[in-house]
Design a protein around this ligand. Structure first.
Ligand SMILES: [Zn+2]
Length: 139
């Protein structure tokens, strides 16, 4: 896949820390300093208590596939299909789910509950975007 295909993300005050960490290969989620709830994507406000004292927590994985879809549609010129798009969740980060492409296995081998490692790949506009690597085994 030509990873530069797509629309570059808009960097906001809320998501600036996320993109900066992503460039270093680190996945940051928001953590509320008031109630401890974690959330993703970054909103700058707690989804639980509406607090605005936001800290960050690093998600190092592995995670599990919560849901997935296999895209067969060439939405953009240069987009290689098919590929699996997964929503991953993490045992140590309840409430957080992160969307990304799945690499390291054939799209049809992707399954709910499979283990995935956190990774990044080059995205539109030179931004590193989350993607996941099949970790093997779904025990
Ligand atoms: Zn909170």
């Amino acid at each position: 896949m030509d990873a530069t295909v797509g629309i570059p993300p808009v960097v906001t005050e809320e998501s600036e820390a996320f993109w900066a960490a992503a460039a270093e290969g680190r996945l940051l989620v928001e953590r509320c300093a008031d109630c401890g709830a974690e959330s993703f994507p970054h909103y700058g406000i707690c989804r639980m208590c509406r607090g605005r004292h936001i800290e960050y927590a690093e998600v190092t994985g592995p995670g599990r596939v919560y849901s997935l879809t296999v895209n067969h549609q060439r939405w953009l010129p240069g987009l290689e299909v098919p590929y699996a798009l997964v929503l991953a969740e993490f045992p140590d980060h309840p409430g957080v789910r992160v969307l990304g492409r799945l690499r390291g296995c054939a799209p049809e081998e992707a399954s709910i509950g499979m283990r995935v490692d956190v990774g990044f790949e080059p995205g539109p506009g030179g931004f590193a975007v989350p993607s996941f690597v099949a970790a093997g085994g779904d025990a």
